[in-house]
Design a protein around this ligand. Structure first.
Ligand SMILES: [Zn+2]
Ligand SMILES: [Zn+2]
Length: 262
């Protein structure tokens, strides 16, 4: 290689080193989960990375994202959603809501740090790309909150996550969904009452046309699936052809998936 062709390579590697230095200054290489400085990766230390990879490799149902054992999925459904008729057509998750993934969701909700948003979005994008439907998505829609729930909060995790996910995947955001009324947060309602608590609480923003759209709902955590399923019901009633879901964490519940019947 002669001197002329060496120069662009040198320039590129200098630029990379400079960019790396800037990133290190902006996001110091400490583990986002345990804050250990023993961070081989930009985001996780080796111990947390192993725990996270194990947790996110657990199999789940392609329809409701509930955790499943071997042979737990038949005809695309698991025991949690087999007898239900979910409005959501398919779901992916990063993992179950416990251990390192549960901790990550809590950090996403309450810490508000850019490197956590980027890391979580990258991992959720990975799960979405592994699905059979990733290429079919027209746009992302996050599960909205009512403005009264936003009071006193610095940011809203599903919105921040969706913004980062859009940058990560190149998919546009079409926030056509709004939360029509407040009422008690799902966390303050017993699991058996969660479907009734969200019924009719979402609406499509007036004047938006989503006929035939293939949308992907984004949320940070799904418990019995009542909220994301109600959002899917609202979007389909307004004309959406298909509604997928992508969440960071799914709670594995005894009661399984709480779905609207249609
Ligand atoms: Zn760690
Ligand atoms: Zn299922």
């Amino acid at each position: 290689m002669n001197a002329t062709t060496d120069r662009p390579v040198e320039k590129a590697s200098t630029a990379r080193r400079f960019a790396g230095g800037v990133l290190d200054a902006l996001f110091p290489r400490v583990c986002v989960l345990c804050r250990s400085a023993d961070c081989a990766d930009v985001h996780l230390c080796s111990k947390c990375a192993r725990a996270f990879d194990l947790a996110s490799a657990e199999p789940f149902c392609p329809r409701c994202a509930h955790g499943v054992g071997p042979y737990g999925v038949q005809d695309g459904r698991c025991h949690a959603c087999r007898d239900k008729r979910p409005w959501i057509d398919a779901m992916v998750r990063v993992g179950a809501y416990r251990g390192s993934i549960g901790l990550l969701v809590r950090k996403l909700k309450y810490c508000g740090r850019d490197e956590i948003d980027l890391f979580v979005a990258a991992r959720l994008a990975e799960s979405m790309r592994l699905s059979a439907w990733f290429e079919r998505i027209d746009a992302l829609v996050y599960v909205p909150t009512h403005w009264t729930h936003s009071l006193g909060r610095r940011y809203y995790a599903p919105r921040v996550l969706t913004n980062a996910l859009s940058r990560e995947t190149g998919l546009p955001i079409a926030q056509v969904l709004r939360r029509a009324s407040g009422g008690p947060h799902q966390l303050n309602v017993t699991r058996s009452r969660r479907r009734d608590n969200v019924r009719g609480k979402f609406g499509v923003i007036a004047g938006t046309v989503i006929d035939g759209a293939r949308l992907c709902l984004i949320d940070d955590v799904s418990t019995v699936g009542a909220t994301i399923n109600e959002c899917a019901r609202t979007l389909k009633r307004a004309g959406a052809a298909v509604v997928y879901g992508a969440v960071i964490a799914k709670v594995n519940t005894e009661s399984g998936f709480t779905a609207s019947v249609h």
